[in-house]
Ligand binder design. Structure first.
Ligand code: HEC
Ligand code: HEC
Length: 278
């Protein structure tokens, strides 16, 4: 009897310890934390849908098979660029970072990040160019150049299938707020905000298109209308032009703030890039 009591006390003690450890982990102040986005532009987690789910059957067929997906022409180019060495000693992306699918897995989710030195957001395209300029002493690649699109595509491909998750570090709070304000603000001669089309009206038709939720997880994407691959910034500029608003330059902080907000808003969706679009 006493023995059994002693044993059950031990069990209770072990349980108490594990419960308090659990509580401690929950209550520990977070260093960086993931949190859902709120506000009128946000979408309930259960309602999240990627652009692919709004696409026609013809596009979905192209998307399903990497051999049919024209974006993979840029992926091939990206793989070549990754390995191409410049100067001596052998200095390629690969010589510093090794195999792309291992070293770049999950990297997409960390971008745009906040750069302490310049106090600016740096997206993946900008980071690739930093490496070219600072580590390879090469000129920056032009936004929308095939080489930059290819490198962005292969790096994103290394994270394909992973679920979008973001970490809100303190330095991202202000840029994220600005991105959210940009998403919710009416603009242009048409006087619509991003959220009017992509939060309040997804699934409805506009001209010949079905409005999606405006998720960023498929970019860079091959767009049939462009007959080439295009970056997320190119897509955002097309939306700004659609409402006849000011069109921010490629790589501008305004577009990066929107990109940052879109990333947080997409948390829970699998990464699907590079995709095909109408
Ligand atoms: C007048 C409606 C309208 C407004 C306003 C608008 N867009 Fe779009 N957007 C579209 C259409 C149409 C497409 C192409 C079809 C689709 O995916 O919705 C699109 C596509 C997108 C896509 C690509 C989605 C995908 O999966 O391919 C993103 C991202 C996006 N918009 C973001 C934005 C952002 C950010 C804003 C505000 C700066 C904005 N849009 C404003 C109509 C709009
Ligand atoms: C001489 C070494 C070197 C070369 C060559 C190099 N990088 Fe980097 N790369 C770095 C270092 C160091 C970092 C860490 C951040 C920094 O210093 O910018 C980095 C960071 C990155 C990141 C961000 C990784 C993360 O986890 O945030 C990406 C993406 C990247 N490099 C892509 C490339 C690409 C693409 C090329 C070729 C065009 C390239 N790098 C060439 C050294 C290199």
């Amino acid at each position: 009897m006493l023995k059994r009591l002693a044993r059950s006390r031990k069990v209770i003690l072990v349980r108490l310890i594990s419960i308090s450890l659990g509580l401690l982990i929950i209550l520990l102040p977070p260093l960086g934390w993931t949190q859902p986005i709120t506000g009128p532009g946000a979408i309930e987690p259960a309602q999240l849908r990627s652009g692919l789910s709004f696409a026609s059957e013809a596009i979905a067929t192209l998307q399903k098979d990497d051999d049919l997906n024209p974006a993979f022409l840029w992926v091939e180019q990206g793989q070549k660029s990754w390995q191409q060495s410049h100067g001596t000693p052998n200095n390629s992306c690969e010589s510093c970072h090794q195999e792309i699918n291992t070293s770049m897995k999950g990297v997409t989710m960390k971008y745009p990040r906040f750069d302490e030195a310049t106090h600016q957001l740096v997206n993946l395209e900008a980071q690739i160019n930093r490496c070219r300029v600072q580590h390879q002493h090469l000129p920056a690649l032009k936004y929308e150049s095939d080489e930059l699109l290819g490198l962005t595509a292969v790096i994103n491909l290394a994270s394909r299938g992973m679920v979008m998750q973001k970490t809100l570090t303190p330095d991202l709070i202000e840029p994220l707020k600005r991105g959210q304000a940009r998403f919710e603000k009416r603009r242009g001669q048409i006087n619509l905000a991003c959220m009017h089309c992509h939060t309040q009206n997804f699934g409805h038709h506009l001209g010949g298109e079905t409005l999606s939720q405006g998720q960023p997880v498929g970019y860079p994407a091959y767009r049939l209308e462009w007959q080439k691959m295009g970056s997320l910034h190119r897509r955002l500029r097309a939306c700004l032009s659609g409402v006849k608003a000011e069109i921010y330059p490629f790589g501008s902080q305004a577009l990066m703030e929107l990109e940052l907000y879109l990333g947080f808003r997409a948390q829970g969706l699998p990464l699907e890039a590079p995709e095909v679009r109408r």
